[in-house]
Write a protein that binds this ligand. Structure first.
Ligand SMILES: Nc1ncnc2c1ncn2[C@@H]1O[C@H](COP(=O)(O)OP(=O)(O)OP(=O)(O)O)[C@@H](O)[C@H]1O
Ligand SMILES: [Mg+2]
Length: 141
C-alpha cells in the first residue's frame, strides 16, 4: 500500500499519471471517495499519460465513456447505480473482466461485492479544501 498527499488538482493528476506508469495499461482502477474527492481529476491524469487528447467529461449520466489513446480508456461513474445487480442489469460486467486498455471506475464502492480481486484500489479522502490523502492498494504490491 502507498499513501500520497496531494495539495492541488495538478498533483492529483500527476498521481494518476504515475499509476499508469507503475501498473501498466491493462489495469482496473477502482476509485473510492466522496463527492469532490478528486476521482475525475485523477482520471484526467490517467488520460494524459495515455496521450488521450479528448477532454475527459465525467460519465455520471451515461455511466461509461470510452476514449482512444496509447490504449483505450473506459471511464465509468457509478454514482447513479444503487447496487451490483443494477450494474449487472446495465450490461457492464465486461468492464470488470480484463479489458484491453485501462478501466477506471468512480464510485466503485457501489459494486464492492462483485469487484474482482485483481485490481488497484485508489481511495481519495478530503483532508482540507485543497488537500487530498490518496491511498493506493493492490494485490500486486
Ligand atoms: N488536491 C486536489 N486534488 C483534486 N481535486 C482538488 C484538489 N484540491 C481541490 N480540488 C478540487 O476538488 C474538485 C474535485 O473534483 P472531481 O470532479 O475530480 O471530484 P470527484 O471525486 O470526481 O467528484 P464526483 O464524486 O462528483 O465525481 C475540483 O473542483 C478540484 O478543483
Ligand atoms: Mg467524478
Amino acid at each position: 500500500m502507498q499513501v500520497f498527499t496531494s495539495s492541488g488538482p495538478k498533483e492529483t493528476k500527476e498521481i494518476g499519471r504515475n499509476l499508469v506508469r507503475k501498473f501498466g495499461e491493462d489495469q482496473l482502477f477502482c476509485l473510492f471517495g466522496p463527492l469532490a474527492a478528486g476521482k475525475t481529476t485523477l482520471v484526467k491524469g490517467i488520460a494524459r499519460e495515455l496521450r488521450i487528447a479528448e477532454k475527459i467529461v465525467s460519465p455520471s449520466y451515461v455511466l461509461l465513456r470510452e476514449y482512444e489513446g496509447a490504449c483505450r480508456l473506459f471511464h465509468l461513474d457509478l454514482f447513479r447505480i444503487q447496487s451490483s445487480s443494477e450494474f449487472l442489469e446495465a450490461g457492464l460486467e465486461e468492464y470488470l473482466i480484463r479489458k484491453e486498455g485501462v478501466v477506471a471506475i468512480e464510485w466503485a464502492g457501489r459494486i464492492e461485492e462483485i469487484l474482482p480481486e485483481e485490481r488497484v484500489d485508489v481511495e481519495l479522502e478530503l483532508t482540507d479544501e485543497s488537500q487530498r490523502r490518496i491511498e493506493v492498494a493492490s494485490q500486486l504490491d
